[in-house]
Design a binder for this molecule. Sequence first.
Ligand SMILES: Nc1ncnc2c1ncn2[C@@H]1O[C@H](COP(=O)(O)OP(=O)(O)OP(=O)(O)O)[C@@H](O)[C@H]1O
Length: 384
Amino acid sequence: MASITLNALAHTYTENPTKPEDYAIREMTHVWEQGGAFALLGPSGCGKSTLLNIISGLLKPSNGEVLFDGKRVNELKPEERNIAQVFQFPVVYDTMTVFDNLAFPLRNIGVPEYKVKSKVYEVAEILELSDQLKRKAKGLSADQKQKVSMGRGLVRDDVSAILFDEPLTVIDPQLKWKLRRKLKQIHEQFNITMVYVTHDQLEASTFADKIAVMYNGQIVQFGTPRELFENPAHTFVGYFIGSPGMNFFDAELKNQGGKEALMFGDHEISVSDAMLTRLKAMGANKVTLGIRPEFVHVWDGKNSDAFHVDVDYVEDLGTYKILSFLFHGQVMKARLSEDQKVPSGQIYVSFPEQWTKVYVDDYLVDLTDSAVDHDKKKEIQHAN
Ligand SMILES: Nc1ncnc2c1ncn2[C@@H]1O[C@H](COP(=O)(O)OP(=O)(O)OP(=O)(O)O)[C@@H](O)[C@H]1O
């Protein structure tokens, strides 16, 4: 078991990189603490597999270091790193029995046979494979094979970490949920550092205590599922997490009757005085505002403090409804609870100040950070 540190790590597949886009991994420093259950979440092509392959040693990074428990491992071969990796597609030996497949990683490092037996039985029990041990792997279904693949990752006590690269891709939807729960249970039982790569937010949040959201070769936020939902640090996190994602609209900082205000067309959007002061100090005249559909307040009747908007349509999703409305010509969404009246025509909505997030150059303006910190985050993204 180990912590995994990525220190000023960057990777390019291009021989002579000249611009940030030439990097599959843009410079990042990141720590996966020992024993944690983590997810690496991001869309296709954002660099997830590249990062996993660098950690496991299948790929040599262009810059920076990988450290396990503080020790540099860049020069170690994959087999010397004690990392177990479970891939999208099962890696099993078809001609071997399930028992021999599970025993393989242990026999490979010369573990005595009595220990092999007890460990294989233990892992088979957890994965509900005990009654399959004598079967040849060839006859197993895809999800049983993937369980064997996972088991091969779990049998060794000496692994520093287990990396899962979209491990449930080939699993039936009904079984996915069960296996995800199983993995979580295994994590609690074994206390091994686990990094679970996926493009699926539900998979990430059911498995992981903390999720790293990756976008364009950068980890743009590392936080609990709740933090990512309530306080997206980057517009991409707002857009990618949640269903539907965050509403975004552009606003301008203007002087209205001697006082600064954030305006969206003719509408003044309510943010704190501290935020207005911060934006002025940053020289940020144009900002992006974000509010989750769950936090848009839809009033039942007329309200002088709310915006008067047009209902576009209402989508019924069973236990809740999504209302689409037009706000100054822009389509926005609000989530209605089951018991909420379905509005039509013209209605009143408001955006509670605490849930109206302000972004400058895609990064959250966080009043708990200094203005300098905001610029630093931007700089990191544009580094290399
Ligand atoms: N061997 C390679 N040679 C050149 N470019 C590559 C290579 N492997 C990946 N890339 C590029 O690096 C970027 C990151 O790819 P990577 O496979 O790491 O992303 P990913 O998030 O794992 O995507 P997916 O979920 O589709 O596998 C992409 O632009 C991809 O085209």
